[in-house]
Write a protein that binds this ligand. Structure first.
Ligand code: URA
Length: 441
């Protein structure tokens, strides 16, 4: 068997055999297949797709490419969440403490930013002292202490995905249903959770641009989960504008703290509570409540201080520093360096989240290539959201750089240029999609 034949097979639209997929995944992990051949096959998969059998086989082989976690130290049914990627997605640091208030424990293995989407690990790393490289052997203690443990994807968990994820990020091969479904589900299956809640983002700022694609991706992941004996719920959420009021690392963690301290930001609240309620349901810790009652109860606990207490426990248990107000201390702080104003009167009909994601990468909040260093203080803060009315000259958003980078004017101008194309206006009040669009099981 040789890799060139496998690439050609997929290039000509044929299905790969189980043996081809096994050969590919083994070669990715033992490095016998060079990056250029891996990338060529990834591109052929993007262009010609995979059927259900290929997708499931790829997922299982990727899950088996490394260690399979045993979460039996968790009291009850282990559950997990995963997002297909979004802009301004700060759900994980909110969901974990929220479900913990119901006694639901979560072991989260999260990723770094990919393409124009932000990464949860980068966000937690913006807290001074917070250790995102906790060895798995310490997870049982962390769970006992505060019901929560979070770490970057360890090299031995789905190692094939680690290689593919990094290559996809820089070869234009991210937005493909078989590649996203196998990447996510291999990590979730190897991660050991029995109940999996997927946040499938949909719109400009997501890999799935419309509802039809988001439903297809959701159904693919639900099917793969069933075949692997897992219960999967997919919550399709809107990503036609960034989630919440900020995009960046420190600035999003500051927003997390504000929400947990009582601030209501409706789109974030709706998505977080839908995800959390479904996780609590799958964990069987719903205390007799229906899903709608659970969502209402989650909304109360998210902002009344109960989730905040658990959040502080999480930050402290992994070495993060907290100041006397109870807020995390960050590795850097955002400095407002430029404001973008409305170019005309009208309703904001769209804030294209992909452009905002790209602008935030241009500012330094994400990586253009995998070796780039992040400016944790860089980001964008929004004064208005889609559906709001503005007059010409009103402030739309502010651009921030970290205090160590405020001289970096080129980044500001590059970001400002991208953002000028992100806003669309309308004379009539536009219909804005709900933040939670559909839930599939
Ligand atoms: N998140 C992942 O873990 N993998 C993808 O391919 C996309 C989003």
């Amino acid at each position: 068997m040789n890799m060139q034949d496998i690439i050609l097979k997929k290039r000509y639209g044929k299905a790969l055999s189980d043996e081809d997929i096994d050969f590919f995944v083994k070669g990715v992990v033992d490095k016998s297949i060079p990056d250029y051949q891996i990338s060529a096959l990834l591109m052929a998969i993007v262009l010609n797709g995979m059927d259900d059998r290929e997708m499931t086989e790829l997922t299982i082989k990727m899950a088996e490419s490394g260690r399979q976690n045993d979460l039996s130290y968790i009291d009850g049914i282990p559950v997990d969440k995963h997002s297909t990627g979004g802009v301004g997605d700060k759900c994980t640091p909110l969901v974990m403490p929220l479900v913990a208030t119901f006694g639901v424990s979560t072991v989260k293995l999260s990723g770094r930013g990919l393409g124009f989407t932000g990464g949860t690990v980068d966000k937690f790393e913006s807290v001074e002292g917070f250790n995102v490289e906790v060895p798995m052997s310490e997870f049982p203690d962390l769970i006992k202490k505060c019901n929560m443990a979070i770490s970057g994807q360890t090299p031995d968990l789905a190692p094939a995905d680690k290689v593919l994820y990094a290559l996809r990020d820089v070869t234009g091969t991210i937005d493909s249903i078989p590649l996203i479904a196998s990447s996510i589900m291999s990590k979730k299956i190897a991660g050991g959770a029995h109940g999996i809640v997927l946040d499938v983002t949909c719109g400009h700022g997501a890999f799935m641009k419309n509802l039809e694609e988001a439903v297809k991706l959701s159904e693919a992941m639900i099917r793969i989960g069933k075949l692997a004996g897992r219960e999967v719920v997919a919550v399709i959420t809107d990503m036609n504008q960034p989630l919440g009021r900020n995009v960046g690392n420190v600035i999003e963690m500051q927003e997390v703290f504000e929400i947990l301290s009582g601030k209501h930001i409706s789109d974030v609240e709706n998505v977080v509570c839908a995800l959390a309620a479904n996780m609590i349901m799958l964990a069987g810790k719903n205390e007799g409540m229906s899903i709608d009652e659970l969502i209402d109860e989650c909304k109360v606990r998210l902002t009344d201080g109960r989730a905040l207490e658990k959040y502080k426990e999480l930050i402290l248990s992994q070495g993060g520093h907290i100041n006397s107000n109870g807020s995390p201390i960050y590795v850097d702080y955002p400095n407002e360096c430029m404001r973008i104003s409305a170019s005309q009167d009208g309703y904001i009909s769209a804030i294209k989240a992909d452009m905002i994601g790209k602008a935030s990468v241009a500012l330094g909040a994400g990586r253009k290539v995998k070796t780039d260093e992040i400016d944790y203080g860089a980001g964008i803060g929004f004064y208005v959201k889609a559906g709001d009315y503005v007059k010409r000259g009103d402030a739309l958003c502010a651009l921030y750089l970290g205090s160590k980078h405020t001289e970096d004017e080129d980044r500001l101008f590059e970001a400002a240029e991208i953002i000028s194309d992100a806003y669309e206006y309308s004379d009539i009040k536009p219909d804005i999609a709900p933040s939670v669009i559909e839930v599939l099981k």
